[in-house]
Design a protein around this ligand. Sequence first.
Ligand code: FAD
Ligand code: A2P
Length: 287
Amino acid sequence: MTQLQNPSPLAALDQANKSLASHPKGGISAPDQVTVTAVTHWTDKLFSFQTDRPPGFRFQSGEFAMIGLVDDEGKAVTRAYSIASPHWDDHLEFYSIIVPDGPLTSRLRHVQIGDKIILRSKTTGTLGLARLRDGQRLYLLATGTGFAPFAALIRDPEIYERFEQVILVHGCRTIAELGYSQKIVADSRAHPLIGEMVTRQLHYVPSVTRENFTQTGRITTLLADGKLASSLSLPPLDPAFDRIMICGSIGLNQDIAAQLLEKNFHEGNLSSPGDYVIERAFVGDGI
Ligand code: FAD
Ligand code: A2P
């Protein structure tokens, strides 16, 4: 992570941003390849990896980029990936599923330190703070690899300036699948620059559906029966105070959006910031 000596976390991160901003997007063109600098396998289906960050590569926390590999015929195979590291960090991080026969991940699963991967320079996405109206609490609701954009956002000081409380709910089938989010949250709480904000303002609610755990049940159920809010001693969801970001399978996204519409929440966009925003964690029905 960026090493900074300024005692104030926000001033230090601001300084890091300015140094990144001194390489304007489009100024120095970001090369299409980055080098893998770390790899961690969490389960037989989930891994994360870090790469170096080209000086001209700029993005907002929560956005995604196209990454990939060159296949045996020399053709680039790229897919959308949320960037799991925050915008101020000096490396890039990704969190990936392994689809056994997937054109990209059947090969990406084997990447090692020193390997090159393709990174396209354009970034985009709907999980941006600019699309949300001000509020008191921000709920981040993710299943599976849908946690990736929130791994970036919970490390971005701006969310703690905009919202008094941030509630991160990560739903998975098994406890082992929570490994990555548990580590990111623990490291963020201990981080010398953002740790204090994270410890004070972030509530982390991991939940599993196919094993016994301290918290069990689908996110949709936890929201609908009010268990989520009551377990944190928070009032029921209310569009006057609560903002929501959702990232999961099509089914999860649709089911939560339906619940929010019933409660009078409005989807936000750049021209008309609203109460919630949604991003697909992947295209298709899941594996
Ligand atoms: P594909 O042919 O792309 O997918 C095959 C099938 O696998 C899909 O039809 C679907 O049923 C299933 N699948 C694909 N991705 C997932 C997943 N993540 N979780 C569960 N089932 C899946 N994937 C990540 O692993 N990490 C990310 O951060 C990420 N961010 C994304 C952001 C956006 C906006 C979108 C649209 C997709 C994102 N994906 C992410 C999915 C990613 O683009 C690929 O689909 C995935 O890496 C598998 O690629 P593949 O070529 O091996 O298989
Ligand atoms: P469940 O085990 O009951 O299917 P997946 O690994 O299939 O992407 O699922 C990740 C998590 O998301 C699982 O806990 C799964 O619960 C849950 N899930 C899947 N579909 C939905 C949905 N439509 N609404 C809420 N949670 C869902």
